[in-house]
Design a protein around this ligand. Structure first.
Ligand code: UDP
Length: 420
């Protein structure tokens, strides 16, 4: 397949999830038995960086372990393509503006070659197959798929304030899908068939390098390596340098909190990995210029570690920071919130629809909708580590119940069964 990158993440065993709930485990294995040998082709726009790649790195091996023939294909496109798709993403998350005719034509024309190739490949395959198209970047591929193939569209973004003209442009493709999966009922466009829309939350892999337990010695080692002083308070956000993640709002909150906690440090971890987010580099450069003289502000934009080591560093950061923040303005569902909650952290999250599903304000973390509110909660949690721990414990419990991969797989397996 010339137009796609075929990705093969390391194997994983679904058996390890049995301890997180016998019933859900059994339902998964029973469904999987009926689906043995089913071809599932997941298509997205990047093999690295961002939540979708993070999800597929786990979903593909687990589906394979359950007996499905799952594949992961990422489109290969030049950076201009991703500038257009990031614009579509921004419009769908509520930015003003519109797509010009040349932008629409460019986007659709670029996907013609990959669409034809994928269509041909699927026509040559024997047996049943399901295609899962992740996010609008690859949505028009649906036009090229044989009628015998069931197509699921998985939208990961926050569509509560979607730009109408952008949605209208995508509507003919969405209407063709047999199922559309969203992360919140409010993300379903009003015209989209209710009976074919499914709400399913993303999930994390508790056994991955990013989420497994780490000793304090390992955590300390990583902080030292990057010159971050663990003897002083640390506030952290792990996110692409995307305006929706509100890095400037986090910095504002940090300076407000620093008035009461003069030794406070801020780590913004946001490596520029996701090919489909070309905007990140500009945001990162601007912030780096503006704040280069603050030795307590760590803006981390490049990956200097090997992949495994990098995952461990993010793990260490989410565990070792005094306060974890995810101050997004829009968020379909923030995997970073769930990752930190799994580590028993009380996360301070922005009042975005997706995050409101993950954090119950005052119960297992805090929801904030301004830099001032965020700063207030940062100071409170740094000064009251016991409160942080108490809320964090409840956050972890919620993740165990709702946001681990066993539940995500059950959702998908049930959809596959309904379709084939
Ligand atoms: N991530 C990371 N390093 C970064 C930024 C993000 O490892 O610098 C990871 C993060 O841990 C999470 C995923 O990328 O697993 C981001 O998913 P999320 O849903 O939070 O946001 P998205 O990027 O999909 O909008």
């Amino acid at each position: 397949m010339n137009n796609f990158l075929s990705l093969n993440p390391d194997g994983q065993s679904f058996g390890a999830y049995a301890k997180f709930g016998r019933q859900i485990y059994r339902r998964c294995t029973l469904n999987a038995k009926r689906l043995r040998g089913l071809k599932v082709i997941h298509v997205n726009s990047t093999g690295n960086g961002g939540g979708v790649a993070e999800l597929l790195k786990n979903q593909i091996p687990l589906e394979r372990d359950l007996g499905l023939k799952s594949r992961w294909l990422a489109i290969r496109e030049p950076s201009r393509f991703f500038f257009v798709t990031k614009k579509i993403h921004n419009l769908l998350q509520g930015q003003r503006g519109f797509l010009s005719e040349p932008e629409k034509n460019y986007f659709l024309n670029r996907l013609r070659g990959p669409g034809q190739e994928l269509g041909k490949y699927l026509s040559s395959q024997k047996g049943k197959a399901v295609v899962v198209l992740h996010d609008p970047q690859v949505l028009p591929l649906i036009e090229f798929l044989p009628a015998s193939i069931s197509v699921i569209v998985r939208l990961h973004i926050d569509l509560t304030t979607a730009n109408k003209s952008a949605l209208k442009f995508l509507r003919p493709f969405l209407d063709k899908a047999q199922r559309v999966i969203v992360s919140h009922p409010a993300y379903r466009p009003r015209w989209l068939n209710k009976s074919t829309t499914v709400v399913s939350y993303p999930a994390i892999n508790p056994f991955s390098e990013k989420n497994r337990d780490l000793s304090q010695a390992v955590i300390t080692k990583y902080f030292r390596r990057f010159g971050i002083d663990l003897a002083r308070p640390v506030m952290a956000q792990v996110s692409r340098f995307d305006p929706w993640k509100d890095p400037t709002g986090v910095i504002e909150a940090y300076y407000l909190a620093k008035k009461q906690l003069p030794k406070l440090q801020l780590v913004l971890e946001g490596v520029m990995e996701a090919k489909d987010d070309p905007q990140a580099l500009g945001v990162y450069r601007e912030l780096s210029m503006e704040y280069q003289n603050d030795p307590d502000l760590f803006l981390r934009g490049s990956k200097t570690l090997t992949d495994r080591d990098y995952q461990r560093w993010v793990n260490a950061l989410q565990r070792g920071a005094d306060v974890v923040v995810q101050k997004s303005l829009r968020e379909g569902f923030g995997l970073t919130v769930t990752e930190a909650q799994w580590k028993g952290r009380a996360v301070i999250g922005g009042a975005a629809t997706g995050i409101r599903q993950q954090i119950k304000n005052g119960q297992n973390g805090f929801i904030v909708d301004s830099a001032a509110q965020c700063a207030k909660r940062v100071v409170q949690l740094v000064k009251k580590p016991r409160l942080e721990q108490k809320l964090g414990r409840l956050g972890r419990r919620a993740v165990k119940q709702k946001f681990l991969f066993n539940r995500l797989l059950l959702d998908y397996l049930e959809i596959y069964r309904a379709l084939v």
